[in-house]
Write a protein that binds this ligand. Structure first.
Ligand code: MLT
Length: 411
């Protein structure tokens, strides 16, 4: 008999976004003419940048020639992509990362879910709460937790509440923790870490021999150049942090799939007997065993996002979404809703009106405004009483959504 991995049974039945998808589908089947506006899952809506499309076409044509055909690529990515990554994402901000510390992959969702495999079963993890559900669920699947309590908090995980009082950027834990997941700009709260925030985390990790998994999938949305884009802008982070970046939101790649993870060579973990082992070697071993590189065509597309035209065009896309975020902030703020985020991130974190629970607010918005948002409690117990509104949609839909949300709760 094939025994199942019973850890899966500790999880809530469905992953958050498919669950929302099911509710929206049921609603639209019952109300086929409802003009639904989707500001739920953070999925980009603008077409790919022309420079990216041209690079994909060229790469396809190249693959159709004997001389230009490519089979399996190098596991960590082609140099034509690794070089612009280290140049534009790091050296431009005075950070030195070598190309062999970068692992190109098909998504930060996968990377942030898979990274836990290189750590011991007994590692205790900390997450900010609310958090991107992948960090928690993958550790539950791996058996690093007990059961969830009635609020959905798993035994064995340290939850660090992100609240209005701490500007949704909690500091490091007091308890012993070996691995901490941080996301800045933050999904779901839209908050952004300051240099001081990250300095405190890096100092904590170094003092406690802990590892920070830093998810910077939304770095392109940072508007203030003084704010850190990379945790490696903080001295000492190379010895305590792994960083993830994605092309999904910054270049519209949610359906194309390309991302990367940086594991510096200095970063080590310990065996039970105290021997230090480079995490780079473990991740490299895992990557080579379980992954066969991102397709040549997609890597050419990602590299094109760094060309002068690609940078300009993708920056315009980011600016478009951030103008949507500004519309949401202004329109809903003027209507009296209490809002956070949306200044350096494509997400608005809104307090639910009239003391509604997150899911009740979700239902009210779906039924009365025909607007899909994401219930804050789906990201963790401390998200209860909030709803996340995504800025990824057309300006027209965002403007219409503002009116509908306002009218739904007017009076
Ligand atoms: C979200 O809406 O939180 C994101 O789109 C999910 C993801 O990036 O996987």
């Amino acid at each position: 008999m094939a025994h199942i991995n019973e850890n899966f049974r500790k999880l809530q039945a469905g992953y958050l976004f498919p669950e929302i998808g099911r509710r929206v589908k049921a609603f639209s089947e019952a109300n086929p003419n409802a003009p639904i506006i989707r500001l739920g899952i953070g999925d980009v809506t603008l077409p790919l940048a022309p420079a990216v499309v041209a690079a994909m076409h060229e790469a396809v044509d190249e693959m159709g020639t004997a001389a230009g055909f490519h089979g399996y690529g190098p596991e960590n990515g082609y140099d034509f992509l690794l070089e612009p990554i280290v140049e534009h994402d790091f050296r431009a901000r005075s950070v030195e990362i070598s190309t062999d510390e970068v692992f190109v992959s098909d998504g930060s969702k996968q990377d942030s879910g898979n990274i836990q495999e290189i750590f011991g079963q007994d590692c205790r993890i900390a997450v900010t709460d609310p958090t991107y559900p992948v960090y928690v669920d993958t550790n539950v699947m791996a058996g690093r937790t007990g059961e969830a309590d009635e609020q959905g908090r798993f035994e064995g995980i340290v939850y660090l509440p992100s609240t209005a009082e701490n500007d949704f950027m909690p500091g490091p834990p007091d308890q012993t923790v070996e691995i901490a997941y941080l996301c800045s700009p933050n999904n779901p709260t839209g908050a952004v870490a300051s240099r001081e925030n990250l300095e405190a985390w890096v100092a904590w990790a170094r003092k406690n021999d802990a590892v920070i998994i830093f998810d910077a999938a939304y770095d392109a949305f940072i508007q203030d150049p003084a704010l850190p884009h990379s945790i490696y802008e903080i001295e000492g982070a190379r010895e305590c942090a792994i960083e993830m970046r994605s092309f999904s939101k910054r270049a519209g790649f949610t359906g194309v799939r390309c991302a990367y993870t940086v594991v510096p060579k200095e970063l080590t973990g310990s065996t039970l007997s105290g021997e230090r082992v480079a995490l780079h070697d473990l991740w490299s071993r895992r990557h080579a065993t379980k992954f066969n590189s991102v397709s040549f065509v997609v890597q050419r597309a990602a590299a094109a996002a760094y060309s002068p035209e690609g940078r300009k065009q993708t920056a315009e896309q980011v600016a478009y979404y951030m103008a949507n975020a500004a519309q949401l902030r202004e329109g809903l703020g003027a209507a009296g809703f209490k809002l956070f985020g949306g200044e350096h991130a494509p997400y608005i974190w809104m307090q639910t009106p009239a003391g509604l629970s997150s899911w009740d607010c979700f239902d009210r918005l779906l039924n009365d405004a025909n607007v899909v948002a994401t219930p804050g409690s789906g990201f963790g117990a401390s998200g209860e009483g909030y709803i996340r509104i995504s800025a990824f949609n057309s300006r027209e839909n965002v403007e219409e959504a503002v009116v509908r949300i306002r009218d739904t709760f007017a009076g």
